[in-house]
Design a protein around this ligand. Structure first.
Ligand code: PMP
Length: 347
């Protein structure tokens, strides 16, 4: 195993004897499957699914230009986030560093796993203060979380900067690219061969329009993927999800075209929002949502909710005072939102 990764893995995980099943040892068409105590009498969902989801991974590998051995699939990115903690962070000893503000699950998973979470403020323009990031680290900092494009600020960070940070950090750098298909700045996946401690996460929940399927992806060096495969539940991705993922991936061209359309709709929505008296600022976005600074976030949030328009109130989040986070919807939904905002007159 890559030595710079091995020294970061928790000792109990490194010495783990993983669960094995016969399906891991045999691939191909057997004459009789009598190994897993399934009910052979009734067809349908009676068989366990492929524990390593090879057919899904083959398609993803071709789409993203990586090997099947560079891919881990989880029940949403949320499982991928959790497995990073369970693999690398010793409870009560290790810590992680993350940009602030960012996606909430990195800190929730840290708390669940009893790992100290160290948020480092972005600059007021939402750029990364690299020196502050490294100043927050010590010898027990195992993981650095960077979300790009970032939630809730919407901006992506330049690939050159992310590459520089990941090369300098001796722990695991995770780049969460949940919104990458909306961004012009590109993906960090091609950097993986040169950066063995880099993990890039993506998800089917955003551009791929399949949040209900619960499928998240972690791309990394095969030695990290191998450890994740030992730590995960044996059959974490069910067969319905695997089948649907294959169907969705076979229509990748259509999906990516719709993502481009959505970016056009985002810009229309941003222009219309900027014209409203309740809007102070619409931040530039590389994602499928807009962070909008308003004159009265709490009042607007409640007013919209009472009209059946649900947005995210981010006013209590670092650097986001007065802000609502608004997902770009269908043109009809966006018009409903704009009409509702135009009719708000405050207290
Ligand atoms: N990462 C980011 C940055 C997100 O904003 C979200 C969902 N809001 C997720 C991950 C969760 O993805 P999933 O649905 O795959 O668990």
């Amino acid at each position: 195993m890559e030595s710079s990764v091995k020294r970061l893995v928790r000792p109990n995980i490194l010495s783990l004897q993983p669960y094995t099943c016969a399906r891991n040892e045999y691939s191909g068409e057997a004459r009789a499957w009598l190994d897993a105590n399934e009910n052979s009498m009734i067809d349908g969902l009676n068989r366990y699914p492929d524990p390593l989801q090879v057919e899904v991974k083959k398609r993803l590998a071709a789409l993203r230009g990586v090997g099947v051995g560079n891919i881990f699939l989880g029940v949403g990115s949320d499982e991928c986030i959790d497995i990073v903690y369970r693999t690398f962070c010793r409870p009560g000893i290790d810590n992680v560093v993350a940009i602030d503000p960012t996606y909430g699950m990195y800190s929730v998973c840290a708390a669940i796993n009893d790992v100290e979470y160290r948020p480092v403020r972005l600059r007021p323009d939402f750029s990364i203060d690299e020196e502050a990031l490294f100043a927050a680290m010590d010898e027990n900092t195992k993981v650095l979380w960077i979300c790009s494009p970032n939630n809730p600020t919407g901006n992506a960070f330049p690939v050159e900067q992310l590459r520089r940070i990941a090369s300098r950090f001796s722990g695991i750098t995770v780049i969460d690219e949940a919104y990458v298909d909306f961004s012009p700045l590109g993906s960090m996946v091609p950097e993986i061969p040169a950066l063995p401690r880099l993990i890039v996460m993506q998800t089917f929940s955003k551009a791929w329009a399949a949040a209900a399927m619960r499928l998240g992806i972690a791309y990394a060096h095969p030695c990290i993927i191998g450890i994740f495969n030992n730590v995960k539940y044996p059959y974490n991705i069910n067969i319905l999800t695997q089948r649907e993922a294959i169907r969705v991936l076979d229509s990748a061209d259509d999906v990516l075209r719709v993502a481009d359309c959505l970016v056009g709709e985002r810009e229309r929505l941003a222009r219309s929002l900027r014209a409203l008296p309740v809007v102070n600022k619409v931040y530039p976005s590389d994602a499928n949502f807009l962070l909008v600074a308003t004159t009265d976030a709490d009042g607007l949030y409640a007013y919209l909710r009472d009209k059946g328009v649900i947005v995210r109130n981010r006013t209590h989040v670092t650097l986001c005072a007065g802000c609502l986070r608004i997902t770009v919807g269908t043109p009809e939904e966006n018009t409903i939102l704009l009409d509702a905002l135009a009719s708000f007159h405050g207290e």
